[in-house]
Design a protein. Structure first.
Length: 220
């Protein structure tokens, strides 16, 4: 099972989508449940709908199939050059939330684990994805050069370590990035693992709410 989570941007305006590819029949229903939860959520979204009710729908779809939602992962609002713009589209029912408006983009992304999972994820040891936090100077010439390179090439969007190897050797790039993370100029995203070591499936679309439904920007 492989989760493919990717984004595309034009002038910083982002479309974020994900699909789970599975070749193990044991987990076919786990993958399908994530897709069903996404479709059920998308079918109810329009201007004025409260995000917590979307979370309720996702949770019910998943638990009705005997699985568990990942409670500490969620969908999110998107803004120009900002992939997580502050608002949360939950995967479980929450007490307080917000209502969708027609002037924002959002990503909805149910995550599903098995009945033996704990229903939340934790940080793993591997960190290969980064994003710029601040352009503040560090007084280290090479670190400041990398900060400028990140800004000019990726702005505030996430980037992969391997995208830097044209300018720096991998070992050197990682060393500088570690320094920038300590300086809080760059954020490192850890690979996430289910807390009980169980499989997780995912499905995701980006959408813009309308008065009658949602315009999905990641659907062919």
């Amino acid at each position: 099972m492989v989760k493919i989570d990717l984004g595309a941007q034009i002038n910083g305006y982002i479309a974020d989508t994900a699909v789970t590819v599975n070749y193990d029949p044991e987990y076919d229903s786990l993958v399908q449940t994530a897709e069903d939860a996404l479709q059920n959520a998308m079918s109810m979204i329009k201007v004025g709908v409260n995000a917590k009710d979307v979370g309720r729908s996702i949770q019910k779809t998943i638990t009705d199939m005997g699985f568990k939602p990942i409670a500490n992962l969620s969908g999110h609002s998107l803004d120009q050059y900002t992939i997580h713009a502050g608002k949360t589209v939950p995967n479980t029912w929450t007490i307080s939330s917000f209502s969708f408006s027609d002037n924002e983009a959002f990503a909805c992304e149910p995550f599903v684990t098995t009945k033996n999972g704990l229903g939340y994820v934790r940080n793993g040891k591997i960190k290969n994805i980064y994003a710029l936090v601040a352009r503040k100077k560090t007084k280290d010439e090479e670190a400041d050069r990398l900060l400028e390179y990140i800004w000019n090439n990726f702005n505030m969007l996430p980037f992969a370590l391997r995208w830097l190897v044209k300018e720096w050797e991998e070992k050197e790039a990682r060393k500088i990035l570690d320094f920038l993370v300590k300086k809080k100029a760059v954020h490192a995203y850890a690979v996430l693992v289910e807390a009980n070591g169980q499989r997780v499936s995912q499905a995701e679309h980006t959408f813009i709410p309308t008065q009658t439904g949602a315009t999905v920007t990641t659907m062919g």
